[in-house]
Design a protein around this ligand. Structure first.
Ligand code: MBD
Ligand code: FE
Length: 280
């Protein structure tokens, strides 16, 4: 397989996963709101065209590029990288509790479940620095939330996500853990590495054409679910790590930084970060 085939297989899966996720959701947007938002988006585009004297050659280049985003199966990737962060800001601006971040294109529901202390599914020779992640899930009033479900997913140390890259075992570095009677979890995993988003397709073409870079800082993804509470979608990063100040997906916040410390026995690093959920 060429690099392009791999990237295409990779991303087409994100389109399928997204269709699954939204198949039971109904549109809640009124006709008036659709009309207002659509016409304001068109006005914004028209304004850019007038202000920057966009040519027919540039219009055709954009048209070809938009067609290619779909052909490459990259709408989930492109939108989650360049647009989702603004939607997340709006959705969570007034919410008490832990800050969150974007979901991104690589979440897969129904990962293997376990309780208490778990090791994420990983290969016998999984590369990377071992990391023990501990957390207590609490409500905004400080009550621990036993039974909370913490869904975690991450890339491996080569920046590859199971389900989206060939040759990686099905649920590698993905799992759902249920919090104990004190609302606590412990997850043993491998530290992820900085991550270059798939850049062989249309999204990468734009990034190269604009002279940007395709990197995200190393990150762990979380979905934290507890009855009577708003689901927290989050990502945690490593303080001082590369690209924390220049994430291509603009999804870093100062509240989302981890500072792991070495475990005394030299076996790797450990860190605690508690999740605080807002009431519904
Ligand atoms: C990722 O791993 C990711 O988390 C986001 C938001 C976008 C592309 C790839
Ligand atoms: Fe990610």
């Amino acid at each position: 397989k060429s690099e392009l085939d791999i990237a295409t297989a990779d991303i087409a899966n994100a389109t399928k996963t997204f269709h699954e996720k939204v198949k039971n959701t109904t549109g809640e947007t009124s006709q008036a709101r659709v009309a207002q938002l659509a016409s304001e988006i068109f006005s914004a585009v028209h304004n850019v065209i007038h202000e920057h004297q966009v040519s027919y050659a540039e219009y055709d280049a954009v048209k070809a590029w938009l067609i290619k985003v779909g052909e490459d199966g990259e709408w989930p990737l492109f939108l989650d990288v360049f647009v989702e962060h603004a939607v997340e800001d709006v959705a969570t601006a007034q919410r008490p509790g832990s800050k969150g971040s974007i979901l991104g294109p690589f979440y897969v529901p129904d990962a293997p479940r376990a309780e208490g202390r778990i090791t994420l599914p990983m290969r016998a020779d999984e590369p990377g620095t071992p990391l023990v992640f501990r957390s207590q899930v609490r409500s905004a009033e400080g009550t621990p939330l036993p039974g909370a479900q913490v869904d975690v997913w991450q890339s491996d140390s080569d920046g590859l996500y199971s389900h989206f890259a060939p040759g990686i075992p099905e649920w590698n570095l993905r799992g759902i853990v249920t919090a104990d009677a004190e609302g606590r979890i412990e997850i043993s995993t491998m530290e992820p590495a900085p991550y270059q988003i798939p850049h062989e397709g249309a999204t990468g073409q734009l990034i190269v054409a604009a002279g940007w870079h395709a990197w995200r800082p190393a990150h762990l993804h979380f979905l934290v679910v507890a009855e009577g509470h708003e689901t927290l979608t989050s990502q945690l990063y490593f303080a001082g790590g590369p690209y924390t100040d220049e994430d291509v997906a603009s999804a870093v916040k100062p509240e989302l930084m981890l500072n792991p410390t070495p475990v005394a026995d030299g076996s790797g690093n450990e860190v605690e970060y508690d999740f605080v959920l807002a009431p519904v």
